[in-house]
Ligand binder design. Structure first.
Ligand code: HEC
Length: 141
């Protein structure tokens, strides 16, 4: 009897865990579509001609897929950009259309969005961003 219960618990854990992990990435995707897709594109493709400045001198929204440079940033920097917005990070009166989301999204929600973005990258790109993040965590306690 005891064994049956233990087996049932194991089976339950095995089925429940992957589902909750899946929920996280679905939440990240939903939050991305609600908060970011209007500028960065429904398929993370960014705004057209994103390398050229707009007539007002500001930069368009870059893609978040592997063709952009989101993966050049460590986790710490990505969270900071999304929380505070680009103008606050660059300073010196720099103007940017990238807003800060710290009043709108929790750190967990922002992390879920970033995880969703990372999951669309090829393994090689994901590994490269991960090693930059690890190196950064070694210098920044
Ligand atoms: C109103 C348009 C707009 C919205 C909405 C928006 N962004 Fe941005 N985002 C931009 C622009 C424009 C830039 C480039 C800013 C610059 O370099 O001046 C940018 C830059 C970024 C960068 C830096 C990328 C890089 O390659 O350096 C990240 C990360 C980012 N956005 C994430 C997000 C996330 C996550 C969301 C949703 C929570 C979001 N953005 C919503 C316009 C937007």
């Amino acid at each position: 009897m005891k064994i049956t219960i233990r087996l049932a618990a194991l089976l339950l854990a095995a089925t429940v865990l992957p589902v909750s992990a899946q929920d996280d990435s679905l939440a990240g995707e939903r939050l991305y579509q609600e908060n970011c897709a209007s500028c960065h594109g429904a398929n993370l493709e960014g705004q057209p001609d994103w390398r050229s400045r707009l007539p007002n001198g500001r930069l368009p929204a870059p893609p978040h897929d592997a063709s952009g440079h989101t993966w050049h940033h460590t986790d710490r920097v990505l969270l900071d950009i999304v929380k505070r917005g680009t103008a606050a990070i660059v300073g010196n009166g720099y103007e940017s259309d990238m807003p800060g989301f710290k009043e709108v999204l929790t750190d967990e929600e922002i992390t879920a969005i970033i995880d969703y973005i990372k999951n669309t990258w090829p393994d090689r790109i994901r590994a490269s961003q991960e090693s930059r993040t690890l190196a950064d965590e070694q210098v920044q306690p």
